[in-house]
Write a protein that binds this ligand. Sequence first.
Ligand SMILES: *Cc1c(COP(=O)(O)O)cnc(C)c1O
Length: 339
Amino acid sequence: MIDLRSDTVTRPTPAMRRAMADAEVGDDVLDGDPTVLKLQERVAALLGKERALFVPTGTMGNACGIWVHGKHGTEAYAHDDSHIVNWEIAGMAGLRGVQPRMVHGAPVMTLDTLKAAVRPASKHAPPASLVCFENTHNGAGGMVTPLAELRAMADFARGTLKLPIHMDGARLWNAHIATGTPLADFAACADTVMVSFSKGLGAPLGACIVGSADHIHEAFVARKRLGGGMRQSGIVAAAALHGLEHHLERLAEDHANAKRLAAIVADGVKDVQVVPPDTNIVMIDLPPRIDATTVTAKAKALGVQISAWHDKRVRVVTHLDASSADVERAAEAVVASLR
Ligand SMILES: *Cc1c(COP(=O)(O)O)cnc(C)c1O
């Protein structure tokens, strides 16, 4: 079975498991775990921020970011197809008392769609307390928001709206590898950024939130409150460090594999719409004659797992555990399933 449902399905490589077994550890709740501290320093430096905080999941990293900037009874500007809006169980509302101010339009947030979402000031309208970005954008098929657009959005959010920014950068690594834009340049467009280790980098779990010393101090309190204080977490941080060291540059292979798969599918089935992938996620929009659950069931019968994103869209994700030969074979199975 070739599993292309997500880049989260990767299993730690033997070398990653060795790094985990050999990790120097301490009690990170009590007085710090040396491997966690090393990871936090490394990630803060890579992203050009003062501090980083290791959290068990990307969702908790986003919750911490929203906690830091959000204020009870306010709104957060967020794209209507963002992970924070659709896949985090209304965490912003449930945990922080913040409702999303949906940014509609283009597949990802742009300066124009963000501007269009702004409410005229009124004593009856909810005020906003933050803006949320997502790069790469999962729901749009791993789409990259290029640095120039991101800067324009950040200038508008900070300058005109006077709001702080949290970036969901679960796959910011992919945006960096796909464009060559330094991670720190992307990260400079937000006050806090979440990056994940359990997607393309292949770690079993873990994410970091980065920002100023003050923001990360508040994020530390939020993590504790959410039950995310971890003890000998160096075991997992070692996997993240290993992923950064050995699996970051190779994301280019995942991107090439995704482009190849997209080309084979677009070539092989004339009435589907393949969203051209910027990175490692291929979205395929289906014609009326077929629905997503039929396609995923047929593909599974042919030994390939892909996911139904919604009724009329399937998602195929390339990753560390799928070689280019695997992806070519999977592409043929997807073609057969779509016909
Ligand atoms: C996976 C993902 C998350 C959440 O990460 P978890 O570790 O699964 O909680 C957040 N945002 C985006 C864009 C993601 O793809």
